[in-house]
Write a protein that binds this ligand. Structure first.
Ligand SMILES: Cc1cc2nc3c(=O)[nH]c(=O)nc-3n(C[C@H](O)[C@H](O)[C@H](O)COP(=O)(O)O)c2cc1C
Length: 186
């Protein structure tokens, strides 16, 4: 079940560096792309940095709407993740084509992609210099959600044989998030 995550814990949803899906919507169009270059950059209010290339439909819709959703797909969504990262929404609706289901978000027009492990509803904090020079967008998370079978008590709880978040290597080769290795308390 999708449960709200406290905003002060939102950074923990992406702290382990998973590949995400970036969904956007504007003017009756919606879209989704894969993004591996996304990371937390502040605790509260939670902020994230994302590289969104200049030629993507995602960037066009993000700039037009000022909003997006970052969400982490699981090992059950590897094919769809790679597909939305290798085709542009300019060539047709990727939700229908690749079997992804869009659900309503709470505060933004961009949809939530069903079946993901977590969702971060974000608004763009305009940084035209970074966007222009490095394709780097600063996003403030204004609502956060997680599948409570995977993220509970403020932390990921991946089961031995259950779905996990994924990390891209190259050419559609992904790594599943691995085992927890706990440091001794300092
Ligand atoms: C695993 C994976 C990770 C990717 N990471 C990024 C990324 O961090 N930033 C980016 O701009 N493009 C990234 N891409 C490429 C975009 O997903 C791709 O250009 C996509 O077709 C853009 O779709 P759109 O035009 O519908 O927005 C990635 C692709 C894959 C397969």
């Amino acid at each position: 079940m999708r449960s709200a995550v406290e905003l002060r814990h939102a950074h923990r949803l992406l702290n382990h560096g998973p590949t995400v899906l970036v969904s956007t919507a504007h003017g009756g169009r919606q879209n989704v792309m894969a993004a591996a270059w996304v990371m937390p950059i502040d605790f509260e209010p939670p902020k994230f940095a994302a590289v969104i290339a200049a030629d993507t439909l995602t960037r066009e819709l993000l700039l037009a709407s000022g909003e997006c959703v970052l969400q982490a797909p699981t090992t059950l969504q590897v094919d769809a993740t790679y597909a939305v990262g290798t085709h542009s929404g300019r060539d047709g609706d990727k939700f229908a084509r690749f079997g992804l289901v869009a659900e309503a978000a709470s505060l933004v027009q961009a949809p939530l992609v069903a079946g993901c492990a977590c969702w971060l509803e974000c608004r763009r904090l305009a940084e035209p210099n970074a966007e222009g020079a490095y394709d780097l967008f600063v996003l403030e998370c204004i609502a956060a959600w997680a599948d409570d079978t995977l993220f509970a008590r403020g932390d990921w709880q991946f089961a031995a044989n259950g779905p996990r978040t994924i990390h891209h290597g190259k050419g559609g080769g992904f790594f599943a998030t691995g085992e927890r290795v706990q440091a001794a308390r300092g």
